[in-house]
Design a protein around this ligand. Structure first.
Ligand code: UT7
Length: 330
């Protein structure tokens, strides 16, 4: 199924803000408890940005770490994609701000909007461009300052998210199977189950819109939960089949980190409870950064070793979803 050159991830990095906000800290803000949050989501704490930090600052820190890990200079990057739903501003792209901070002077840069699925979409986007020879070296970043878009009076959403960023450097490779083509899908008919309804061209910024708090994230949690389990499970099966890989050959499954109960349900369905990676306890849901941070941690902690096969899977607003299979270090 793969067309063109083999493409590998040659380095990863991540960055989370210093400030830790625990469930007890949130219980002082809204009517919730550590017990409710932990039992419903598996989250214990999350990182929240300093006021003067923007999404590109997080992305640039993660990007620098990934470049150092890869031994690649910023000037070698041809393509820089930032996946985010919390850009520094509408335009220019957050990718351009990251470019400027890290000195990726030879890159063309753009943002990718696929909400929580963005990092996997960006990996696939870069993979295809490297595979066909359009690009040699790509830097993909998932970065979010979710805290800027949360209603801190809404206990059903503000407890769920955190800030952070992760990044990966990708290049053509002459060994192993590398990053295999992804399976991805979208269903725009379900957009209103998870969205920020105000602030764009449909519902522009106005005092009334802000008074109605439509510039904050809104979610129908139960519906999103069900779709996330089904879509990620199906996507993983389809990606394995498409690339002729058996479930038993996979050493590590790295899913979007939105809720430990979603992760457990997928693991149970696939029969891979012993190989599922999660760090949702430490960072909560960092949207497009979640997979990027998890991938970096799995690599740094030695969960992923050279030659291992891993599966990445995501689900997010849109709805959007996807999965891919990769041979680590190959
Ligand atoms: O990243 C993109 C994908 N996002 C997701 O995948 C999130 C998917 N959804 C979820 O993770 C879960 O649906 C939640 C964690 C958001 C909610 O868990 P739930 O088990 O589905 O709870 P619920 O929304 O059905 O709410 C149950 C009860 C409600 O009270 P009543 O109506 O039963 O009296 C809520 O008002 O829990 C209440 N509740 C809370 N109570 C204490 C909602 N939020 C809180 C809270 N603390 N923070």
């Amino acid at each position: 199924m793969s067309v063109g050159r083999t493409v590998s991830i040659v380095g990863t990095g991540s960055y989370v803000p210093e400030r830790v906000v625990t469930n007890d800290d949130l219980a002082a803000l809204v009517d919730t408890s550590d017990e409710w949050i932990y039992s419903r989501t598996g989250m214990k704490e999350r990182r929240i940005c300093a006021e003067d930090q923007a999404t590109s600052d997080l992305g640039a820190a993660a990007a620098r770490a990934a470049l150092a890990n890869a031994g690649v200079a910023a000037a070698e990057i041809d393509l820089l994609i930032v996946a985010t739903l919390s850009p520094d501003m509408f335009f220019p792209s957050t990718a351009c701000f990251v470019q400027d901070q890290i000195g990726a002077v030879n890159a063309f840069c753009y943002d990718l909007g696929a909400a929580c699925s963005g990092f996997l979409y960006a990996i696939e986007n870069a993979r295809a461009q490297i595979a066909c020879g359009a690009v040699e070296t790509a830097l993909v970043v998932g970065a979010e300052k979710m805290s800027a878009f949360l209603d801190w009076d809404d206990r059903s959403t503000c407890i769920l998210f955190g800030d952070g960023a992760g990044a990966a450097v990708m290049r053509a490779s002459d060994s192993g199977r590398g990053v295999m083509p992804a399976v991805m899908g979208s269903d725009g008919s379900l957009a209103d189950l998870l969205w920020t309804p105000g602030g764009g061209s449909r519902n522009p910024i106005s005092h009334e819109m802000v008074d109605r708090k439509e510039h904050f994230i809104r979610m129908q949690g139960r519906d999103v939960f069900k779709h996330a389990v089904t879509r990620m499970g199906d996507a993983v099966m389809a990606a394995l089949e498409q690339n002729d890989v058996a479930v038993d050959e996979v050493s590590c499954f790295i899913p979007h980190q939105a809720n430990i109960r979603i992760i457990d349900a997928i693991a149970k369905r696939l029969g891979v409870e012993d190989r599922m990676f999660s760090n949702v306890e430490k960072y909560a849901n960092t949207s497009s950064a979640a997979l990027a941070i998890a991938l970096d941690e799995a690599a740094r902690e030695g969960v992923l070793k050279a030659g291992d096969l891993a599966v990445l899977t995501v689900f997010g607003s849109g709805f959007t979803w996807g999965a891919n299979v990769l041979e680590w270090g190959g």
